[in-house]
Design a protein around this ligand. Structure first.
Ligand SMILES: NC(=O)c1ccc[n+]([C@@H]2O[C@H](COP(=O)([O-])OP(=O)(O)OC[C@H]3O[C@@H](n4cnc5c(N)ncnc54)[C@H](OP(=O)(O)O)[C@@H]3O)[C@@H](O)[C@H]2O)c1
Length: 262
């Protein structure tokens, strides 16, 4: 069945995908198709073409990604296959089906040398393999998608879904564990609800194509964020600040994003 209100969401079992699924229940004017990796692997063009033939989406929200920053260092070709080649595949099929693509990217495209929130046109210079794959995917969408949006977000977390910093801290705090948290990296923690709302706003308002920033309003360190989480949930704080130089992967020391207006 053809419909110009069909929205296809890839990687729909991730934390952002699940949040969009929840939001979709209140957006019944659209036909929502949620495809987890098992039903649509974005590294397989045949699967993408098959899904597009079946659902003929007007919008494709790409929530599929290899998001493990540490594993991306050890498995760079896997990260590249999903985060770059997968996005190239989607862009190609979106173009040939007149589908508007909404791709999600990250603050880790920046090197963290700035002292104020990054603007959309600031120069990208990723420090790690994950950031590099996401930067290459952005570049491909900007240069090749007939109609493409990039939504960059940062320090994404959901209180309800997936593996993320928020839920990790809460789990450890509820077990009474002492938790070591990095104190010298600053960013803008972002709830998946905020990004899901932003994406829906893009679909409803169709601003000019290009890159947009969507992040939380408060700049803080991981240590500050951990303290905020335990305090809000009324656990005693056993958070111990540590220095990031002992971490296994190079990450930007400052990657706050300045939000785009829609
Ligand atoms: N998490 C963050 O802190 C953060 C920060 C900034 C930007 N972002 C970006 O935000 C977007 C959403 O991230 P998220 O946190 O929701 O990630 P997530 O929870 O890790 O979800 C990603 C989903 O993609 C699936 N996936 C992996 N390979 C796939 C493939 N080849 N084909 C289809 N699906 C595949 C994963 O399935 P499996 O788990 O089964 O592999 C998972 O369900 C990503 O583009 C990410 O780069 C995330």
């Amino acid at each position: 069945m053809k419909s110009n209100k069909t929205i296809l969401v890839t990687g729909s079992n991730g934390q952002l995908g699940k949040t969009i699924q929840k939001k979709s229940l209140k957006k019944k004017e659209f036909d929502w198709i949620f495809l987890p990796k098992e039903d649509l692997n974005i590294t397989k063009v045949v699967e993408i073409k098959k899904a597009f033939k079946k659902y003929n989406p007007k919008f494709c929200i790409n929530c599929a990604a290899f998001t493990d920053v540490t594993k991306s260092e050890k498995l760079p070709s896997k990260a590249h296959k999903i985060n770059v080649q997968g996005v190239k595949n989607l862009t190609r099929v979106c173009n040939s089906n007149n589908c508007i693509m909404i791709h999600i990217s990250t603050d880790y495209v920046f090197d963290g040398t700035k002292k104020s929130p990054y603007l959309v046109n600031d120069k990208a210079n990723p420090l790690n393999k994950y950031g590099l794959t996401k930067y290459l995917s952005e570049k491909h969408v900007v240069e090749n998608a007939n109609f493409g949006y990039i939504v960059r977000t940062s320090w994404l977390y959901s209180e309800n879904y997936g593996h993320n910093f928020y839920r990790n801290i809460l789990r450890k705090a509820s077990n009474g564990e002492e938790i070591k948290v990095v104190k010298d990296q600053y960013g803008t923690p972002t709830n998946t609800e905020t990004v899901a709302d932003f994406i829906i706003k893009i679909i409803l308002s169709l601003p000019k194509k290009g890159i947009y920033h969507c992040a939380g309003e408060e700049v803080m360190s991981w240590y500050d964020f951990a303290n905020k989480i335990v305090m809000e949930n009324k656990y005693p704080s056993k958070i111990i600040p540590v220095n990031s130089k002992y971490g296994p992967v190079k990450r930007p020391l400052y990657s706050a994003l300045k939000n785009s207006k829609l």
